[in-house]
Design a protein around this ligand. Structure first.
Ligand SMILES: Cc1cc2nc3c(=O)[nH]c(=O)nc-3n(C[C@H](O)[C@H](O)[C@H](O)COP(=O)(O)OP(=O)(O)OC[C@H]3O[C@@H](n4cnc5c(N)ncnc54)[C@H](O)[C@@H]3O)c2cc1C
Length: 393
């Protein structure tokens, strides 16, 4: 215990001494550091990434040999508490840290771990996910992108769609069909592909929110070394599902903003004042109270699951519960924020609309996609019914 207290003191001193001032201001949508070869950041963002990577604080729980912090669960918790107290931004975010990194730690060969994990912790490589195809979303195992072996490489042909940030990513983890004769779940392989390989082309897709966070990705005779297979050839479905466990836990939590509770209450006080100090609309009062109670329960449950993962438990089908509940909760909050401000929520752009109002509208529109990405809410309910509750088909 004394050790943990001295770790806390030392960590706090280090954070205060090393965090640039900018890192304690709330980040805008494009201010978070996703790393990668194409990234360009303000000097302070880059400096914060570099000092944290050097210290192992971009991936506090990963082994030091891969650039992680090698911290115990208790130490990592102290670090995140101290970062929260100082209101510091995370030095690095992205699919490398949240999805492919944890998967490689579990399932990757020694070569793949050595090749990729240090580049993830240093923020050098940004990753994207090549799962969905035009004809394969919820029924992902029907995917048709083919990989045919030619000596030491696989030759890939096909199309992926809804590939988030493919235009900014350096590498993709991609599902391909390596055996067309086998039952659909048994002919799939999980590969790592450099986006700069000849034959990869990317086309951004514009969304209702006005942004273009994802793309179509076309693969034409792309050559990928056989050494880039994760797990076994034709057994990629199990690997894909393991990755989805990490993804769903991340999505459940990722859209929550750190001062959501305060923002919601501040907005309600601004738009619904009353003389007796209560919010001036009983229906909104009830929705807000229910939401915060549900959020508090959910946060505690998620924290419990995170602790158990840190202790080495693999994420299982119960991650579908987090994905389902977290994203539906996020939609409820965005709906409530829109209801509180009424017609003033319909800000989009132009004179009279402050940045905050535009952001509220965009966040509300963005939250619709939240319950689709990583598997829709209906699919999560199917998984919970079958795999968690054991209900019959
Ligand atoms: C913001 C966002 C980011 C994304 N990022 C990525 C990414 O980076 N990489 C990637 O590979 N994909 C990505 N996706 C794609 C996402 O995984 C798919 O959209 C999702 O799996 C649903 O597939 P679909 O769009 O083809 O819908 P469909 O599968 O066609 O589903 C249409 C509707 O039918 C329902 N439905 C389908 N089957 C069933 C069933 N068996 N039981 C009950 N209802 C069912 C669905 O719930 C849905 O309401 C992203 C999507 C979004 C919205």
């Amino acid at each position: 215990m004394a050790d943990l207290e001295s770790f806390r003191e030392e960590t706090r001193r280090w954070l205060v001494a090393n965090a640039p001032d900018l890192m304690s201001t709330p980040p805008g949508e494009d201010d978070l550091c996703w790393g990668g070869r194409k990234a360009q950041y303000p000097a302070d963002v880059k400096r914060w990434l570099d000092v944290c990577a050097e210290r192992g604080f971009t991936a506090p729980l990963w082994p030091t040999e891969y650039g992680g912090g090698g911290l115990s669960n208790a130490e990592a918790k102290v670090l995140s508490e101290e970062m929260r107290t100082l209101r510091l931004r995370p030095p690095l975010v992205g699919f490398g840290l949240a999805m492919i990194g944890p998967l490689l730690l579990q399932e990757g060969s020694a070569e793949l771990k050595k090749a990729h994990l240090p580049r993830i912790t240093r923020g050098e490589i940004r990753w994207c996910q090549g799962y969905s195809e035009p004809g394969s979303g919820s029924d992902l195992a029907s995917l048709q992108t083919k990989a045919v072996r030619d000596g030491d490489v696989y030759v890939l042909n096909g199309q992926k769609v809804w590939t988030s940030y493919a235009d900014r990513a350096d590498w993709m983890f991609v599902l391909v069909r390596t055996d067309s004769e086998a039952p659909k779940h048994q002919g799939i392989t999980f590969l790592l592909m450099d986006m700069e390989s000849p034959g990869v082309s990317v086309q951004p897709i514009k969304l209702i929110s006005g942004t273009s966070p994802f793309c179509e990705t076309f693969l034409s005779d792309v050559r990928v070394p056989v050494g880039n297979v994760v797990g076994e050839v034709n057994k990629g479905w199990g690997v894909a599902k393991a990755l989805l466990g990490h993804e769903r836990t991340m999505i459940a939590d990722v859209f929550k903003e750190r001062d959501d509770k305060k923002r919601t209450l501040d907005l309600a006080r601004k738009y619904l004042p009353s003389d007796d100090g209560r919010l001036g609309d009983a229906a909104i009062r009830e929705r807000l109270t229910r939401l915060e109670a549900d959020q508090a329960c959910f946060d505690l449950t998620l924290q419990r699951s995170r602790e158990s993962m840190k202790a080495g438990h693999k994420p299982g089908p119960e991650t579908s519960i987090f994905k389902y509940y977290g994203t539906e909760l996020n939609k409820r909050r965005r709906d409530l924020l829109m209801s509180i401000a009424g017609p003033e929520s319909l800000g989009w752009e132009g004179p009279g609309f402050e940045d905050d109002e535009i952001k509220r509208t965009r966040d509300w529109l963005r939250s619709r996609g939240n319950s689709i990405e990583g598997g829709t809410s209906e699919i999560q309910l199917n998984i919970i019914a079958k795999r968690v509750l054991g209900l019959p088909d």
